[in-house]
Design a protein around this ligand. Structure first.
Ligand code: CA
Length: 228
């Protein structure tokens, strides 16, 4: 479900926004302070849009916006402003935000703005989680395909799962048990040898020289390590 964070200290306004978000099909994550909002964003990295009130106890909405932008370029940010706030000041400080809504606002106005921003945010092909790039390799996580120097390498689903595990853990020695559990599942009661069989096949597909593997190296008596 598409997630939206609402940061607002006034409970009535927050509830109003939450009800309307749910009605529009969003999963609403609530926060009453800036610190809480930053924590919730860490807990839910898949939040696509954040609505930030400006006047808050503790750090204000501008500061929350600045901190979010320092670590996340993708998320959409809408500021909630009060009509009494000087718009020059608001827009001047809003450099990291994508949009603003002035209170009081109608539910239709709110959801239309969120819908528009959510579409823009999720249309971005450079979203961090969609691919892993290391050395000559690009693993596309949405299409589940691997390219080496721009050339497609055909992988089985198991080989794909092993590559994903490796590329998510570069430079880390992974035991054969780790690989088996992660790829085949905790309930799999086959032999560890299946790991070696698949690694051998994967090496033939991805290594420059299968006799002297440099990407998937063997950690003797333990398992394997990825480096590209
Ligand atoms: Ca407020």
């Amino acid at each position: 479900m598409k997630k939206v964070l609402i940061l607002e200290d006034e409970v009535n306004i927050r509830s109003f926004v939450v009800i309307n978000l749910k009605r529009a099909g969003y999963d609403a994550i609530e926060a009453g302070t800036g610190e809480e909002a930053l924590n919730k964003l860490r807990q839910h990295p898949d939040i696509g849009v954040a609505i930030l009130d400006i006047m808050l106890p503790g750090i204000d909405g501008f500061e929350v916006c600045r901190r979010i932008r320092a670590s996340d370029k993708q998320i959409g940010i809408i500021m909630l402003t009060a009509r009494s706030q000087e718009m020059d000041k608001v827009t001047g400080l809003m450099t990291g935000a994508d949009d603003y809504i002035t209170k009081p606002f109608s539910p239709a106005e709110l959801t239309a703005r969120i819908d528009a921003l959510y579409r823009r945010v999720s249309a971005d092909p450079a979203a961090d989680e969609t691919e892993l790039r290391q050395g000559p390799f690009v693993l596309n996580l949405s299409n589940r395909v691997l390219d080496k120097e721009g050339v497609r390498i055909r992988l089985t689903q198991v080989e794909y799962a092993i590559m994903k595990l490796f590329m998510q853990n570069p430079g880390r020695a992974l035991s054969r048990e780790d690989i088996l559990t992660s790829v085949w599942g905790r309930d799999y009661d086959g032999e560890l040898k299946i790991v070696d069989v698949n690694i051998r096949r994967l090496r033939i597909k991805i290594e420059d020289d299968t006799a002297n593997p440099t990407y998937i190296t063997t950690v003797w008596g333990f398992g394997y390590k990825w480096g590209a």
